[in-house]
Design a protein around this ligand. Structure first.
Ligand SMILES: [Fe+2]
Ligand SMILES: [Fe+2]
Length: 479
C-alpha cells in the first residue's frame, strides 16, 4: 500500500516534467505541418492525422519517461534542445525537397539519436528515434507517395538505431570518424536497395546525389556529436564517459591537492578505486564512475589531513589531546566539506552524491564508545554521519570498499580467511544497520561483490615472490 502511494506520488510530482518532455517533438511537428497546410501543401485530413499521431506519441513517451526513477530537469532540457533542433533542421532541409528528390538522405538524424543516448538514456533514444523517423518522413513525403515515405522512414530509423549501437563503444573522440565507416556502409546499402526497388538507374544523377547526401549525413552527424557533446556536458554538467576519463587524470588540481596535502588518503583512495571498479563491473554497474568517484570521495580530508589515521605516520595522534565530541566533529565533517569543494569545482552531481553517501549514516564507533566511557547518557546520533545512505549501486560498493580497505590496511599480512572474515563482517554490518536499504543492491549482487573484493585482495597480499632464506640458498649453491 505504502509502495503504491509512493509510486503515485512520484508520478504526480514528475507529471509536469514528463508532459513537458514528451510533448516537445510532437508539438513542433504539428506546428510545421500546420504551416504546410496553410501553404496548401497538405490537406486538413493530413493535418488531422498528424495531430492524432502526435497525441499517440506524447502518450507513449510520457509512459516511457514515467519509468525512469531519476528524470532530471537537465534530461528534459537536453531532450527539448535536441528534439527542437532536429525538427527545425528537418523543416529547413525539407524546403529543398520539391527541387531535389533525394534531399532527405542528407538529414544528420544519427546525431540526434546518439546525443540522446549519451545525454538522456539508451532506451529513451531508441523510442524517440521511432517518433523522429515517422514524423521526419511525414514532413518529406507529405503523404504523396507511400514508397517515398517508407524509404525515408526506414532510412531514418535504421540510421538512428544503428548509430546508437555503433557509437556506444567509442572510448575516445579520435576514433569517432573511424567508427562512422559502418554507418556510411549502411547508408550506401540502403540507398542502393531503394534505387533497385524503384527500378531506377544505378548510374543516374539521382542515385549519385543520394549517395553523396547519405555520406554527407554521416559526416555532419559525426561533426555534430563531436561539437555538441562537450557543450552539453559543460552546460548541463552531465556525466559522460569522456568526462569521467578527463576527471580520472591525476593532473586534476583536486587530485594533486589530495596527493600533496594528504598522501595517505591518496593511497587509500586509489585502493578503494581499484576495489570498487572491479566490484561494480562484476555486478554490471558503472565501474568507471565508481573508480573516479572513489578518487575524490575523501577530498574533504585534505583540509585537516593529520586528523585521519592514514596520514598519521611517524607523528603523535592529535586526537589524544581532544574530547571525543570534538574529534568526532572533525571527522564527521569530511564528506560534507568534500561535497562542497566538488560542487565549487563543478564536478558531476553523481560524484558529489557518492561523496556525501560514502559513510551513509554509520556510527563513529571508536569515539562514541570513548565518550560513553565518560558519560553513559551520551547521545548516539551525535556520533553518526548525517548521511544520506547510498542511493545507487556504485555508491553502496564504494561505501563497502572504503571500510574494507581501511580494515585490511591495519593488518600486516592477512591470510585469505582473515580477508574473507573482514569483508563478510563489513557487508553484514552494513546490511543490519540499514545502510544498503536504498542502494538497489540484491543479496546475490552482494555475494558477487564479496567474492570480487576477496579475490582482488588475495591477489594483492599473496602474490609477493617468496625468496629462499639464507640456508636454502647455501644449500642450493652447495648442491
Ligand atoms: Fe571518508
Ligand atoms: Fe575513504
Amino acid at each position: 500500500m505504502v509502495g503504491k502511494r509512493t509510486m503515485v506520488d512520484n508520478y504526480q510530482s514528475m507529471f509536469p516534467k514528463v508532459i513537458f518532455s514528451a510533448i516537445t517533438a510532437p508539438m513542433l511537428f504539428v506546428l510545421i505541418m500546420t504551416v504546410q497546410m496553410f501553404q496548401g501543401e497538405i490537406s486538413e485530413y493530413h493535418l488531422g492525422m498528424t495531430i492524432l499521431i502526435a497525441i499517440l506519441f506524447t502518450v507513449i513517451i510520457s509512459f516511457e519517461i514515467s519509468h525512469y526513477k531519476f528524470w532530471t530537469k537537465n534530461m528534459s532540457l537536453a531532450n527539448l534542445l535536441l528534439s527542437g533542433g532536429m525538427v527545425l533542421l528537418i523543416a529547413a532541409i525539407q524546403a529543398f525537397s520539391p527541387t531535389i528528390d533525394s534531399i532527405f538522405y542528407i538529414v544528420p538524424i544519427a546525431a540526434y539519436a546518439v546525443l540522446l543516448n549519451y545525454l538522456v538514456h539508451e532506451r529513451f533514444a531508441m523510442v524517440s528515434s521511432v517518433l523522429m523517423a515517422i514524423m521526419g518522413s511525414f514532413v518529406f513525403a507529405l503523404f504523396d507517395s507511400v514508397s517515398y515515405f517508407m524509404n525515408a522512414f526506414l532510412y531514418f530509423l535504421m540510421s538512428q538505431w544503428f548509430a546508437i549501437f555503433l557509437y556506444d563503444f567509442i572510448k575516445d573522440r579520435v576514433s569517432l570518424f573511424k567508427t562512422s565507416i559502418p554507418l556510411i556502409v549502411l547508408h550506401f546499402s540502403m540507398v542502393s536497395v531503394f534505387q533497385v526497388r524503384s527500378f531506377s538507374d544505378l548510374l543516374s544523377i539521382d542515385f549519385m546525389m543520394a549517395i553523396v547526401f547519405s555520406v554527407l549525413s554521416t559526416f555532419v552527424s559525426a561533426v555534430l556529436i563531436l561539437g555538441l557533446l562537450p557543450l552539453f556536458e559543460a552546460g548541463f554538467n552531465l556525466l559522460t564517459e569522456s568526462k569521467l576519463l578527463t576527471l580520472s587524470n591525476p593532473n586534476h588540481s583536486l587530485l594533486k591537492k589530495i596527493l600533496v596535502d594528504a598522501p595517505g588518503t591518496y593511497h587509500h583512495s586509489v585502493m578503494v578505486a581499484n576495489l570498487s571498479e572491479s566490484a561494480c563491473e562484476a555486478i554490471g554497474a558503472n565501474g568507471l564512475l565508481a573508480r573516479v568517484a572513489a578518487y575524490y570521495h575523501d577530498i574533504g580530508k585534505s583540509f585537516q589531513p593529520k586528523y585521519f589515521i592514514e596520514n598519521q605516520q611517524n607523528m603523535k595522534n592529535p586526537h589524544d589531546d581532544l574530547e571525543p565530541e570534538v574529534s568526532a566533529d572533525i571527522i564527521l565533517r569530511h564528506p560534507y566539506e568534500g561535497a562542497r569543494v566538488l560542487r565549487e569545482y563543478g564536478l558531476p552531481q553523481e560524484i558529489i552524491e557518492i561523496t556525501l553517501e560514502h559513510h551513509g549514516t554509520t556510527l563513529l564507533k571508536y569515539f562514541y564508545f570513548q565518550a560513553k566511557e565518560q558519560n553513559q547518557e551520551v547521545d548516539e546520533s551525535r556520533f553518526r554521519y548525517k548521511g544520506p545512505t547510498p542511493q545507487s549501486k556504485e555508491s553502496a560498493v564504494i561505501n563497502i570498499c572504503d571500510s574494507v580497505e581501511a580494515a585490511v590496511r591495519s593488518k600486516s599480512n592477512p591470510t585469505s580467511e582473515e580477508i574473507r572474515n573482514v569483508v563478510r563482517a563489513i557487508i553484514h554490518d552494513r546490511l543490519l544497520d540499514g545502510q544498503l536499504d536504498e542502494s538497489q543492491l540484491t543479496l546475490k549482487e552482494l555475494r558477487v561483490i564479496e567474492e570480487t573484493i576477496c579475490d582482488l585482495l588475495n591477489g594483492i597480499f599473496h602474490s609477493r615472490i617468496e625468496y629462499p632464506d639464507e640456508n636454502d640458498s647455501k644449500a642450493v649453491k652447495e648442491g
